[in-house]
Write a protein that binds this ligand. Structure first.
Ligand code: ADP
Ligand code: MG
Length: 630
């Protein structure tokens, strides 16, 4: 048991140790970021207190003006960043600062490239900002008192950033947190009022809280606010520079990189609100986790209410960052109200429209930028048409896919592109899903499409198979998987000659017998055996019913322990393939049955499915190889 009344020394988790080592030794190119991180934490702490005070106004009553203070002491060689925010109790200090049980740290270390500039960008993104203190400090002292707790319940945490830290109870007269940096030997440049002011203005000018320093000539006296502390989103657009938009983004989004794009709007009418929404240039590390650590910030009449990642944006836009500021909500809005509130609904749907509009114009006017966006967020956008049926058509237009017309896995083809290239007589959008680009590209199902020059969209993101299960059409054209259902390409005008058609008719006649024999041989395993319209080079392929899940997907679900309802597939054969021709002549029933099984097994394998009896397959293969070599 740990003892909360005396001083104790504790060890960092291994990962924290590693991280600190990295901070101290390699992130020298942009040292001043420690200030932004500490201010960002102080500002978060004030936001949290404001939210907690909605339910309990005594928490703030004794000192209602939230603020951040920065001080330095040339003789002691320290810098102090202080806030009167929520503070932390002993357990919170240990779990927030001491252990970092956050998934972020491990993820962060995995993502390091060794390139200093790139790595320093990662620090903020992974939420390990507090540790940036150790870039300039050889020792960090954190003194904190949780709002609502008595003065003698405060704690002091201290570490040199090597192996561990100490923690002890102290008395602290004011609520909130104070971080004292004891600077390393050659970091004296930061013991300079002008330098500190310029760093604060550079990174935190529009943090909507006053950041104060003591006046230059009165080191112990009066405070002055050094940042503008105006909420950036309330200013008219033409008074905001791109630089200011970018810096503000880094503050609200906890990101080090510039945003990719933003949209800033004042909406008037039935409901009044301001939105400043950003698209990041990189996906956050937790994009695919069930809950995200950050979201959009909700303000009511410029007062911060909460950061929310569930109610203000739909799931498929969960990467959007920024601010929504409403004039119509009560200041004491709670999380519960957020869940079913007309004002929120209205802001949400208006914001979604703005973002979709922003993406639309990006796709049109700056395709290169859009490609960057798609690379980072495309998979998430594909959840959109299912989740957001009211904007389905608009979101579908934003989707991009690889295609049989391009020789690359780059997802660049839009559904509009596809439709504009459809052949005369073609009324369907053809696509194939697989679990990799190569599996899609080389699928036997594409053979006839390649031959006839009909474009097929290649889909190989996990989300595709799921999404296509819900989407039936675009622009009045229905979607059809080339691996599912019956295929009828007869109405599509292509260069296929009359002669080809004649040949096909003849083959059909000739194949009647072998179809019957195959059905008998595979009776238990397939629904039907028929002649293929799809194949030109392969002897056989599997065709699923339109409502079945693709084989590779069934496989994944089974591995995840899920029940997958399945129906028997149809086996299609290519009558002009030499193997089929050879089989037509086979007199030995047992051998014919073995070959039939091989036709089925290879078709399953090429779909990414798994064989029920792999050893049997190998056995039959070997037998066949032996017959051939005789
Ligand atoms: P992040 O801010 O992304 O969560 P940090 O490493 O910057 O990551 O901070 C870790 C955690 O420590 C914060 O989430 C918060 O819980 C706590 N913390 C840091 N600074 C303060 C502060 N000034 N007041 C209250 N809590 C703080
Ligand atoms: Mg932080």
């Amino acid at each position: 048991m740990s003892d909360a009344t005396t001083k104790e020394t504790m060890q960092f988790e291994t990962e924290v140790g590693q991280l600190l080592h990295l901070m101290i030794h390699s992130l020298y190119s942009n040292k001043e970021i420690f200030m932004r991180e500490l201010i960002s934490n102080a500002s978060d702490a004030c936001d949290k207190l404001r939210f907690a005070a909605l339910a309990d106004d005594k928490l703030m009553a004794d000192d209602p003006d939230l603020r951040i203070e920065v001080e330095f002491d040339k003789d002691a060689r320290t810098i102090t960043v202080r806030d009167n925010g929520i503070g932390m109790n002993r357990d919170e200090v240990i779990s927030n600062i001491g252990t970092i049980a956050k998934s972020g740290t491990a993820e962060f270390l995995k993502n390091l490239t060794g390139d200093q500039a790139k790595d320093s960008h990662l620090i903020g993104q992974f939420g390990v900002g507090f540790y940036s203190s150790f870039i300039v400090a050889e020792k960090v002292t954190l003194r904190t008192r949780r709002a609502g707790e008595p003065a003698d319940a405060a704690v002091q945490w201290e570490s040199t950033g090597e192996s561990g830290y100490s923690i002890e109870p102290i008395t602290k007269e004011t609520r909130g947190t104070e971080v004292i940096l004891h600077l390393r030997e050659d970091e004296d440049e930061f013991l300079d009022g002008w330098r500190l002011r310029s760093i604060i203005r550079k990174y935190s000018d529009h943090v909507p809280l006053p950041i104060r320093m003591r006046k230059e000539d009165k080191p112990d006296g009066e405070w002055e606010t050094v940042n503008k502390a105006n909420a950036l989103w309330t200013l008219p657009k033409n008074e905001i520079s791109d630089e200011e938009y970018k810096e503000f983004y880094k503050h609200v989004a906890h990101d080090f990189e510039d945003p990719l794009a933003w949209t800033h709007n004042r909406v008037e009418g039935k409901y009044e609100y301001t939105s400043l929404l950003y698209i990041p240039s990189k996906a956050p590390f937790d994009l695919y986790e069930p809950k995200q650590s950050h979201g959009v910030k909700l303000y009511v009449q410029r007062v911060f209410i909460m950061e929310d990642n569930e109610n203000l944006m739909p799931r498929y836009l969960r990467f959007i960052r920024g601010v929504l500021d409403s004039n119509d909500l009560p200041l004491n809005v709670s999380r519960e109200i957020l869940q079913s509130n007309r004002v929120i609904e209205n802001m949400k749907s208006g914001s979604v429209k703005k973002i979709l509009g922003l993406l639309e114009s990006m796709a049109k006017n700056d395709p290169e930028k859009y490609a960057t966006f798609w690379k980072e967020f495309g998979k998430v956008m594909k959840e959109g048409p299912v989740e957001d049926s009211s904007n389905r058509e608009q979101v579908l237009k934003l989707l991009r896919y690889a295609s049989t017309l391009n020789d690359s896995d780059a997802q660049t083809v839009s559904l509009e592109d596809y439709v504009s290239r459809m052949k005369e007589g073609q009324d369907k959008i053809y696509y194939i899903t697989a679990d990799s680009y190569n599996a899609a590209k080389n699928s036997p199902h594409l053979e006839v499409f390649k031959k006839k020059g009909i474009e097929v969209l290649l889909m190989f993101d996990r989300v595709d198979e799921w999404m296509m299960g819900f989407i039936s059409e675009f622009d009045g054209k229905s979607f059809q998987s080339v691996a599912k259902g019956e295929l009828d390409l007869s109405k599509i005008k292509t260069e296929e000659s009359e002669e080809d058609k004649k040949k096909h008719k003849q083959e059909e006649k000739a194949a009647k017998k072998i179809l019957k024999k195959l059905k008998k041989a595979l009776d238990e395993k397939v629904e039907d055996v028929r002649l293929s319209e799809r194949l030109t080079d392969s002897p056989s392929c599997i065709v699923l019913s339109e409502y079945d899940m693709a084989l590779y997907m069934q496989q994944l679900m089974k591995q995840a322990g899920q029940e997958v309802p399945t129906s028997k597939p149809v086996l299609e054969i290519n009558p002009s393939h030499p193997i089929i021709k050879r089989m037509e002549e086979e007199k030995d029933d047992e051998r014919f049955n073995g070959w039939a099984q091989l036709l089925l097994d290879q078709a399953i394998l090429s779909e990414g499915g798994q064989l029920e009896d792999p050893a049997g397959f190998v056995h039959r293969m070997n037998d066949m190889m032996l017959t051939l070599s005789k």
